[in-house]
Design a protein around this ligand. Structure first.
Ligand code: LMR
Ligand code: MN
Length: 428
C-alpha cells in the first residue's frame, strides 16, 4: 500500500493494514473501531481518516441514511485537509466526496472540492473540465466561459474543452465561433465529445447560419453514432421503441374522444384565450429568443410538467377540460399553453426534447398565411380543429400574415408508453 501511505503513516502501517483488512472483509464496525484507535494515538493519520470516511460511507449506503451522509462528506473533507495526503488517496477521497455531494443534489459544494483538485494537480486538465460540467449544471455560463478560455490557453487542442466552449458560445448566440469549436472538438473524438448535445447544437448553429447541407451532414453522422433516432428526429430523451410519425390523426393517438371534446368546446376555449389577450403583454410570456429568427411569439402556460399552474384561474373551462384527462394534465414531459404569434414571425427549425409526448394544436384565431412544417410535411391550422404532431421531429413555423394567430397547445403522453414508464403520470 505504498501509494496511499505517507512517511508518518508508515511507522504504524501494520495497524492500518489490519484495520483495512477488517474493512475489506465487511466487518465495518470492527474496522471503524480500529481506525478510531489509531487516530487516538496518531491524530494526523490520513489513512485512518480515510478509513473512517469509507466505513461511514458504506454504513450510510446500507442504512440509506441522509443524516449520516452529511457526516460521510465531512469525514472525506477532513481526510483531504490533512497535511501530506498521498496523491492516489487524495484523488480517491476527492472524487468520492464529489460523488456523494452530487448524490445529495448539492452541486454548489462540489466546486470547493474541485478547486482543491485543480490546485493540487494543476497539470491535469480533467479536473478543470469537470469543474466546467458543474458550472453548466448550475447554469453559470459566463463563469464557465472565462474558465474555458483559461483552459484553452494552456491546452488549445483539448477536445472536451473545445466542445464545452462551443456549447457556451452557442448559448450566447455566437454562432460561427460555436461552429468552429464544436466541430473541432467533435473531430477530436476524445472521451466525452461524442455526445448528442454537441451534435445537436452544432447542426442547429449551422442551420441558423443557413448552411443546411453542412447541418445535414452533422445530423447524419449523429444518426450513425446512434445519438439521434433519425436525421429529422433529434430529441435526446427517447424511448426507442415508440412509433415515430410526423403527423398523427386523432384516432392514431387513441385519444380521439378527448380531442373531439376539445373541438366541441373550442369557442369557450377561444373566449378564455381572448380575455387574456386584452392585457397580452402582461399575461403572455415571451418564448425563447433562441427559437425565433424574427417576430413576436408568446405563451400563457396552464399546465407544465404535469402540474396545474395558478394561471388556470384565468382559464377555468380550458383547465377543467385538461384536468379531466390524465395523459394531458399529467404529462410530466410537456405543457398545455396558449400560444400567441404575431405577424412577421419565423420560428427556426427545431426539435423538442423527447419522443415521449405528442403535441396537439387547437386552432383558435387563425389568419391567412400562417403555416407549420414537420419534417417534410407542411400544414395549416383551422379554427376549431385539432392537429397533432410529434414535436421531436424537426418543425418550423411561419407567420407571414397580418394579424395575430392564437392556438392552444396540449402535450399528451405518447400512447405506447406503459403505465410503468409513466409512473404516477397516467391513471387510465
Ligand atoms: C412549436 O411547438 O414549436 C410551435 O409549433 C408552437 C407554435 O406556437 O406554433
Ligand atoms: Mn416546437
Amino acid at each position: 500500500k505504498i501509494n496511499i501511505t505517507n512517511s508518518y503513516d508508515w511507522q504504524y502501517r501494520q495497524n492500518l493494514d489490519d484495520a483495512d483488512e477488517e474493512f475489506d472483509n465487511g466487518r465495518i464496525t470492527d474496522a471503524l473501531e480500529k481506525y478510531r484507535k489509531i487516530i487516538r494515538n496518531h491524530e494526523k493519520s490520513v489513512r485512518a481518516k480515510y478509513g473512517i470516511a469509507k466505513s461511514l460511507d458504506l454504513t450510510a449506503e446500507l442504512q440509506k441514511s441522509n443524516e449520516l451522509l452529511v457526516k460521510v462528506i465531512e469525514a472525506y473533507i477532513n481526510t483531504l485537509l490533512t497535511p501530506d495526503v498521498p496523491d492516489t488517496l487524495f484523488k480517491a477521497a476527492a472524487e468520492r466526496t464529489i460523488n456523494r455531494m452530487r448524490f445529495k443534489g448539492d452541486y454548489e459544494s462540489t466546486i470547493g472540492i474541485q478547486n482543491l483538485l485543480i490546485n493540487k494537480f494543476p497539470n491535469d486538465v480533467t479536473y478543470r473540465n469537470d469543474l466546467i460540467v458543474t458550472l453548466f449544471m448550475l447554469n453559470r455560463i459566463s463563469e464557465a466561459k472565462t474558465k474555458l478560455e483559461d483552459i484553452l490557453l494552456i491546452w488549445p487542442n483539448n477536445g472536451l474543452a473545445m466542445v464545452y466552449y462551443g456549447f457556451v458560445l452557442k448559448q450566447i448566440g455566437n454562432l460561427s465561433e460555436a461552429v468552429y469549436y464544436l466541430s473541432k472538438g467533435i473531430e477530436s473524438n476524445e472521451d466525452g465529445t461524442q455526445d448528442g448535445r454537441f451534435y445537436f447544437h452544432l447542426g442547429d448553429a449551422l442551420q441558423k447560419l443557413k448552411k443546411d447541407e453542412d447541418a445535414r451532414q452533422v445530423y447524419r453522422k449523429g444518426v450513425e453514432k446512434g445519438l439521434f433516432l433519425s436525421e429529422v428526429q433529434r430529441s435526446l430523451y427517447n424511448v426507442n421503441r415508440l412509433t415515430g410519425r410526423y403527423w398523427w390523426t386523432k384516432e392514431q393517438t387513441t385519444y380521439q374522444s378527448f380531442f373531439r371534446k376539445l373541438e366541441r368546446n373550442w369557442k369557450q376555449i377561444r373566449n378564455e384565450g381572448m380575455m387574456l389577450l386584452k392585457d397580452k403583454y402582461n399575461e403572455f410570456v415571451e418564448e425563447s429568443e433562441q427559437l425565433r429568427e424574427m417576430g413576436d411569439w408568446r405563451q400563457y402556460e396552464l399546465f407544465s410538467r404535469g402540474i396545474r399552474k395558478s394561471q388556470c384561474n384565468k382559464a377555468p373551462i380550458t383547465c377543467a377540460l385538461i384536468s379531466d384527462f390524465p395523459p394531458a394534465a399529467g404529462c410530466r414531459r410537456g405543457q398545455t399553453k396558449f400560444s400567441l404569434m404575431e405577424a412577421n414571425t419565423h420560428v427556426w427549425p427545431h426539435c423538442g426534447p423527447t419522443n415521449c409526448r405528442l403535441r396537439a394544436h387547437l386552432g383558435l384565431i387563425v389568419p391567412t398565411n400562417v403555416s407549420i412544417r414537420v419534417a417534410s410535411e407542411h400544414r395549416n391550422w383551422k379554427e376549431g380543429e385539432i392537429m397533432i404532431f410529434d414535436d421531436s421531429f424537426e418543425h418550423e413555423v411561419w407567420h407571414n400574415g397580418t394579424s395575430p394567430r392564437l392556438i392552444l397547445i396540449v402535450d399528451v403522453w405518447h400512447p405506447e408508453l406503459t403505465l410503468e414508464e409513466l409512473g404516477e403520470g397516467r391513471n387510465r
